[in-house]
Design a protein around this ligand. Structure first.
Ligand SMILES: [Fe+2]
Length: 388
């Protein structure tokens, strides 16, 4: 087939997912259906303390499965944790992974699944389509509303030697089943709600302006932008409102379906470099960088950004491109500030002397490949400067 035709074709990959209240309670049934007998139950201390991990563990045992817990996943999961998890998986003779947690837990679980199936070090699988054998069966139960690792073809792991996050992008890391239960969001605090919600917003915006977008990813991206814009502030203010939590979980799912298939852009490339270097929360990095990357990209896709503005509820009729850009950036910065994500990189311990390093790592991230404006290292450094 002609390369020009091939470049225009788009595939859409998604796992089997169940969305709805109490979907998490299907974990045992699905684990058995996937042929599991001994489950590596992965989670982190915060989620375990909230009670979700133990509840799922009990449920798996009630279905006759043996459970081996691995609760040592840190925020920004490390290569060393992946290797420790894979070692435990092999040593204990597990045959299935159940991940209960946010993006960190699910990404770490994907890493364990890759190494358990392929051997080697997790860092060998960096890049696009570098995972030869499918990972071991994985069920994901997300407990945050934004990362969408439960439906995505992405796994992000921190290379502890280089202090940078690597991106593994492959159909092989799509979970077998995602049980997406808005009730798990009830235990998120307001700042985590804001950071993960802004992560979903960035997924949707980057997917919509990506040069690999398609009509199918566009539908999900625009709806996610609308949902986050409409409901994130209220959800952060009223953590116990299950209806609002459901809207945000739906936004996360739709943004995940969009970005998993259309890929991302410079916000994520830069956030991976920044988060790996400073150990900052992923969604927080994204929120801090988003308006500056939008400003950088606007001129190459003004019509796309206009549609993003409309989905955010901006009144843009009669505005020229320059006015539209200004209105849109104000809208994003207002949302970020209203949710409690204030100030810039400097307030988070980034020095101007760090920016060369941050840009030199970010330029190698595979997410740049689908940014609508191909960046140079100098461009990325300038954007980091803007975000200080
Ligand atoms: Fe993200």
């Amino acid at each position: 087939m002609d390369d020009a035709i091939l470049n225009e074709l788009r595939k859409f990959v998604a796992p089997e997912f169940i969305f709805g209240l109490d979907a998490r309670q299907l974990a045992g049934r699905y684990a058995r259906k996937l042929g599991g007998q001994k489950v590596l139950l992965m989670s982190d201390p915060g989620v375990a303390q909230a009670g979700w991990t133990e509840e799922i563990g009990r449920q798996l045992e009630a279905e006759g499965l043996q459970v081996i817990p691995f609760l040592g996943v840190s925020p920004n999961p490390r290569d060393t944790e992946v290797m420790a998890g894979a070692e435990l998986f092999r040593y204990a003779g597990c045959d299935l992974i159940v991940a209960v947690g946010g993006g960190s837990v699910m990404d770490c679980a994907k890493g364990v699944g890759i190494v358990a199936a392929n051997g080697g070090s997790i860092l060998e699988f960096e890049g696009v389509d570098q995972v030869p054998a499918p990972m071991v069966p994985l069920i994901c139960i997300p407990t945050t509303g934004g990362t969408s690792a439960d439906v995505s073809q992405f796994a992000i792991i921190t290379d502890t030697q280089e202090r940078v996050k690597i991106a593994i992008i492959s159909k092989a890391v799509v979970p077998d089943v995602a049980l997406i239960d808005p009730r798990t969001l009830l235990t998120m605090d307001p700042y985590l709600t804001a950071c993960t919600g802004m992560d979903a917003m960035v997924h949707a915006i980057e997917a919509f302006v990506s040069n690999a977008s398609s009509p199918i990813t566009d539908v999900h991206a625009l709806e996610a932008i609308r949902l986050v814009s409409t409901h994130l502030r209220a959800s952060a203010e009223a953590p116990q409102d299950l209806e609002l939590r459901t809207k945000i979980m739906l936004a996360s799912l739709q943004a995940g379906l969009a970005f998993s298939n259309a890929s991302l852009g410079c916000v994520h490339a830069m956030a991976h470099s920044l988060g790996g270097f400073k150990d900052l929360a992923h969604g927080e990095c994204n929120a801090l960088l988003l308006p500056h990357v939008m400003d950088y990209n606007f001129s190459v896709a003004p019509e796309r950004f206009r549609r993003i503005g409309e989905a955010m509820g901006c009144e843009l009729k009669g505005l020229n491109d320059r006015e539209c850009r200004a209105r849109l950036l104000t809208q994003v910065m207002d949302l970020r500030r209203d949710c409690g994500i204030d100030q810039g990189l400097e307030a988070r311990g980034v020095h101007s002397s760090d920016l060369f390093r941050l840009a030199s790592k970010a330029i190698h991230d595979p997410c740049n490949a689908t940014n609508p404006r191909p960046p140079s290292q100098a461009d990325l450094k300038a954007i980091f400067e803007e975000a200080m």
